[in-house]
Design a protein around this ligand. Sequence first.
Ligand code: FAD
Length: 382
Amino acid sequence: MSAAITIIGTGLAGYTVARELRKLAPEVPLRLITSDDGTFYSKPMLSNAFASGKAPEQLAMKSAPKMAEELRADIRTASRVESIDRAAHVIEVGGERLAYRKLVLALGADPFTPGLSGEGAKDVLHVNDLTDYSLFRAASAGRRRLAILGAGLIGCEFANDLAGAGFEVTLLDPAAWPLSRLLPEVAGRFMRERLEALGVAFRFGTSATEVSPNGQGYLLQLSDGSTLEADLVLSAIGLRPRLGLAQAAGLLVSRGIVVDRFLQTSDPDIYALGDCAEVAGWVLPFVMPIMQAARALGPTLAGQPTALRYPAMPVLVKTPACPTVVAPPAPGMGGQWQVETSTDGVKALFVAEGGTLLGFALLGTATAERQSLAAQLPSWLE
Ligand code: FAD
């Protein structure tokens, strides 16, 4: 293969940009390289699959060979890219040097749990890909008491799913209510009540500092001086964009790999998107921003430079016990929450001083207004 357009990573970002490119450039040599097995799957389903008894194989949508056929691409699996030689336009993989024409970094992010000590800290589980999901399923066999660290979007989704699967779930968070970065307090209370009705216990205003082995399970030391016993600990706290490869190659990085509106890094032949990338100062590890980025980058790679647009991007929170849609205001936008509650729902609008709607959080029956309200929101990037 002559120097190919090369994409590192076969998650949503890598595969979607490959698809978008193929629509416009059916013949261009294309190569994808991944350290995993290249299975195409829907990552959001990982926090919604346990209660319905889904095995990892059931979440796998297409194998790497199938994707290679569909994309007419060379896909290398189980191959970690070790370095980028920018001057030579070459990447190094397992001792081999592969030439690239344009390079796309779709490397994703690593989950991490800051500030945790103790012998049991290494056993704290994360579910960030299909392999993690398999490991979690295996580790949870015969276990009952589950501590989840972090009551953000992913923590609440797992709490809902795993309580539904029969676990005794305790959700810990230093904030005072669930989804504290996305919901005003009243809405957070509504979510809390719905999850409590399902059997989820909350410990707010505290976080785990130490995890020690305790019989068959663990003892968690919490920052408020209390303790919690659990058979299993799942962390849903932090995500760190994978920057090492870009950093070692001398590309500009900040919180993520820094790219411009064309998804171009500080090297004009290298692009980045997805959980590893930072656009306009934002790292947005969600499906919609990735789809938008891929729709811009596909044409750009095909020779039609296309700037990224971010419309307002509501996120569906997959907590069936409390249907929720959040459309946070763009960072830095000033405004105030206006909240209406009923017994079955909460409608919270984030409104600027002049009355412009900047964001919303809709819970329960109020989610019915999602589409009409989303249509009124300003774009994040025009
Ligand atoms: P990844 O899918 O992590 O892909 C990274 C790829 O890079 C992998 O193939 C990896 O093998 C490869 N790679 C990394 N380094 C190297 C290397 N050096 N060499 C070769 N290959 C390498 N978002 C929503 O909008 N809505 C939701 O409901 C939602 N739910 C979620 C639920 C869970 C449990 C999780 C974890 C996330 C959820 N998200 C959700 C977020 C969304 O799924 C992610 O933002 C998205 O899937 C990230 O895709 P990605 O391609 O950037 O990264």
